[in-house]
Design a protein around this ligand. Structure first.
Ligand SMILES: [Zn+2]
Length: 305
């Protein structure tokens, strides 16, 4: 991140991606004031997240609780912290609205080229835990997309974790996360998530999940390609922030960090090298036809050796 840091009201501020004063999406549902959703079971059946339960471990949570659908969120009875967002958090919410709008503009254009109509997803900003059509989820799960209600769910505390625990700072790392989840929505509209859902419980389950996740990274790169072409949003160092984030949330990087060893057969999101390669491929080509990770010829051509 070579560009100089400037100060704004005494706080260190990284100018990064150009977003201030740009159009915002109307599809953000900000439910932070409601506080945690609570509830006993915490299992997002069918939700697709950007990171795996291993991050829960890094945040001191209990990943098995998530995988077995228990534990986690504050029960309804738990005293709720008053909703008192910091100026930084409010700024992040405005940033999310601008990035979501950018993805809407890109995907309306891409779907028109496909002779289809793009249905915009909703993005829910929650605090602590949330109830979705895919089940309850806690903030420690990381952002996720629920195909059942076509909504993206994010607790902005995830960005603090991304920056501090995973070593992926910068606003374009944050934009990459949103564009990745929007990628899952695109897959839902184009029928790819259904293909992967069908593979659940089969020996292909993990391999198909990896292909879905890498395609979502490709779609994040494709968005950056078209958004920059249309609106010159990128600043020096932005792309490096996104690629660094993709590297830091690769299955191998997370497993190494959390358990000191890597189990490739358990990968559900792809290695760091794969995630970086598919983001770069989307960014370079901007061509949706070249992102078909379910096509073996394309998949093998892009995947790092
Ligand atoms: Zn994902």
């Amino acid at each position: 991140m070579g560009h100089a840091l400037t100060t704004l009201r005494g706080r260190i501020y990284d100018p990064g991606m150009r977003w201030r004063g740009r159009k915002k999406s109307d599809n953000v549902e900000d439910i932070r004031a409601k506080g945690p959703a609570g509830g006993a079971g915490l299992a997002i059946g069918g939700g697709i997240g950007i990171v795996i339960a291993i991050v829960v471990l890094l945040m001191g949570g209990d990943p098995t609780a998530i995988l077995q659908g228990g534990g986690g969120g504050a029960g309804k009875g738990a005293p709720q912290a008053p909703f008192n967002p910091t100026p930084e958090e409010q700024e992040l919410v405005e940033f999310i609205k601008v990035v979501l709008r950018d993805t809407e503009d890109t995907w309306h254009q891409q779907f028109r080229l496909l002779g289809k109509r793009y249905e915009e997803p909703k993005l829910v900003i929650f605090r602590g835990s949330v109830k979705s059509a895919c089940g309850f989820a806690g903030a420690q799960m990381g952002p996720f997309y629920c195909p059942a209600d076509k909504k993206i769910y994010i607790d902005v505390s995830f960005y603090k974790m991304l920056r501090e625990k995973l070593g992926a700072p910068g606003d374009f790392a944050q934009a990459y996360v949103i564009a990745h989840e929007v990628g899952h929505h695109v897959q839902n509209l184009l029928g790819d998530s259904a293909r992967v859902h069908k593979a659940r419980g089969t020996p292909q389950q993990n391999a198909m999940s990896v292909r879905l996740e890498l395609q979502a990274d490709f779609y994040a790169g494709l968005w950056a390609h078209h958004a920059h072409r249309a609106k010159q949003i990128l600043e020096r160092g932005d792309i490096e922030e996104a690629i660094n984030a993709a590297e830091k949330i690769g299955d191998d990087a997370l497993q190494k960090k959390a358990q000191g060893r890597v189990v490739p057969d358990s990968f559900t999101h792809g290695s760091s090298a794969q995630r970086m390669a598919w983001f770069r491929h989307g960014l370079k080509t901007g061509d949706i036809q070249l992102g078909d990770t379910f096509n073996d010829r394309i998949y093998d051509a892009v995947n790092p050796r």
